[in-house]
Write a protein that binds this ligand. Structure first.
Ligand code: URA
Length: 205
């Protein structure tokens, strides 16, 4: 039923999709998050980048990738010559999942239930935007787009063929992975590799 609801609103385009998302109760995350965070970008962007879920800042501001991971993403995108404004940016899960520790809110990885519950929204975004290529950032986005768990390590850097209903997709890491690497040299190497993988996406613009 909720899927039909998502399908129905999608007929009216991305703004209607965002409005419908505001009252989404498809899983429990809506009870604790400040707001849902819809995707952002041009209607028919050739590239769609899919992240995991809003973080603390995204939850407060209602926009994707405006926090620390977004800064890494911006840096890497501009280094490979992709304008943020020419891509459609969204997340596999539209509400922030966290646990409270004092005044801090600690990110929690969304589980299969939340990814599956949220998938009609992503499906509709894909149908409306019709990107030439989807870039999945990290394991959660990969799982959401593929519909099953696959090993990111084995798939990263590769473009997976599309189907009648799905554009081709390129798997790479999530930018926050770079923020978690304690070794500066290793982080630098991984950032280089992330750049290489993202630069392949530029050919689809
Ligand atoms: N991490 C994500 O996956 N998405 C965001 O929007 C922000 C951080």
């Amino acid at each position: 039923e909720a899927q039909e609801e998502a399908r129905g609103v999608a007929l009216n385009g991305l703004p209607a999709l965002s409005r419908a998302l505001e009252s989404c109760q498809r899983c429990d995350l809506c009870r604790y998050a400040t707001q849902s965070v819809p995707g952002i970008g041009p209607d028919h962007a050739p590239l769609m980048l899919v992240g995991e879920q809003p973080g603390d800042q995204e939850d407060l501001q209602g926009k994707p990738f405006v926090g620390p991971a977004g800064q890494v993403l911006d840096r890497v995108l501009s280094a490979v010559g992709i304008e943020r404004s020419e891509v459609y940016l969204t997340n596999a899960v539209k509400h922030f999942k966290f646990v409270s520790k004092g005044r801090r809110r600690i990110h929690q990885t969304p589980g299969r239930t939340e990814i599956v519950a949220c998938s009609p929204w992503l499906d509709q975004e894909i149908r409306l935007v019709q990107p030439k290529l989807i870039v999945t950032l990290g394991a959660t986005a990969l799982q959401a787009v593929e519909g099953r768990v696959s090993r990111l390590g084995a798939l990263r850097g590769h473009v997976r063929d599309g189907s009648a209903t799905r554009p081709p997709s390129l798997a790479t890491i999530h930018p926050s992975y770079l923020l978690r690497l304690p070794e500066p040299l290793r982080a630098q190497e991984e950032e280089q590799r992330f750049m290489q993988e993202l630069s392949a996406a530029r050919d689809w613009l």
